[in-house]
Design a protein around this ligand. Sequence first.
Ligand code: NCD
Length: 318
Amino acid sequence: MKHLLSAGDLDRDEALAILDTATQMHAIQTREVKKLPPLRGRTIVNLFFEDSTRTRSSFEIAGKWLSADVINVSAKGSSVSKGESLRDTVLTVAAMGVDALVVRHHASGAVQQLAGWVDCHVVNAGDGTHEHPTQALLDAYTLRSRLGDLADRHVVIVGDVTHSRVARSNVLLLNTLGARVTLVAPPTLMPSGVASWPCTTSWDLDATLSGKEHGDVDAVMMLRVQRERMSGGYFPTEREYAIGYGLSPRRLDLLAEHAPVLHPGPMNRGLEISSAAADGLRSMVLDQVQAGVAVRMAVLYRLLSGAADSSTGSEVTV
Ligand code: NCD
C-alpha cells in the first residue's frame, strides 16, 4: 500500500491487518513512556487546508509516538493565503524530502489528485464531502472493541449524509468488514447517488432505531450537521431537525442494551445529539478519539515501515 486515499482501497485482509496493528499500538497509549522507534529518521508533514482539532493532533501524536519528525502546515499562515496554487504548495513541501504527507482539503478529490504529483506516501485526512478513511478505520476499531466481529452487525448512520465524508468511508469499510449499514437522513440531506452505495436508506429514524424497518440495530453513529458546507435551507429550523433526526433520550431507549452510540466530533449538542446520548453509558465518543491515535499509528507504520509489503505485516515489536 503506497497511499491511503479511500476506505475503498482496503480489502478485508488489509483492513483487518491495520486494525490488528492498531490493537498493538493501543497498548502503548497507557504506558508512561509512549515512544516506539520504527519511524526514526522519517519526516511526516500534516498539510491541513481545513480546520481540525482531533484529526490533526491525532496524526501528530501518532507520528511522534513512532519517533517520526512531524511538521504541521496549515493554509492559514502559509503561502496559500498569498495565492499559491495547491500544486505549487504541495511540490514545495514534498521537495524538502518528506516521507509522507497527511492532507486535509476542502475540495473532494484534491488529495487523490495531489498523490499523483509527489513520490512520497499520501494519507487522506478528509477531502471535502468525499472520504475520510482513517475516521472509518477508527470507527471500525471502536465498534469491534464493543461488538467483536462486525460480520452481519447492523450499523445505523444518521444525519447530514450529503456533506459527510465520514458516512461514505464508513459505508465502504463496514461493507468490506461484512457489516450491514443503514443511512438515515431527511431527503434533503441524502446524497443523490446513494442508490449505488452498498447500504440501505431510510427517512424514518424511529422506525429504523426500533428495528421495524431494517432489522435490529447493533450501533448508531450520529453525523454532525455541517452548517459550514450548507448554502441554502436543508431543513426548516434546527428545532425541527432535532425533533426528526436528533438522538434524544427517548430515542436512546429504542436501542437494544448492547448498542453503542458513536459521533466523529465535533458535536452539535442539542441538534443531532442530546447530552444524554453524548455523555451516557452507551457513548463511545472518547473511545473513538483514543482509537484515532492507535489507528493512525498503525496506518503510518504500515505505509512507512514497509510492513504492508509482507503477507504477515501486522506484527510490530511494542
Ligand atoms: C469529521 C470530519 O472532519 O469530516 N470530523 C473529524 O474528522 N473528527 C466530521 C465532522 O467534521 O463533522
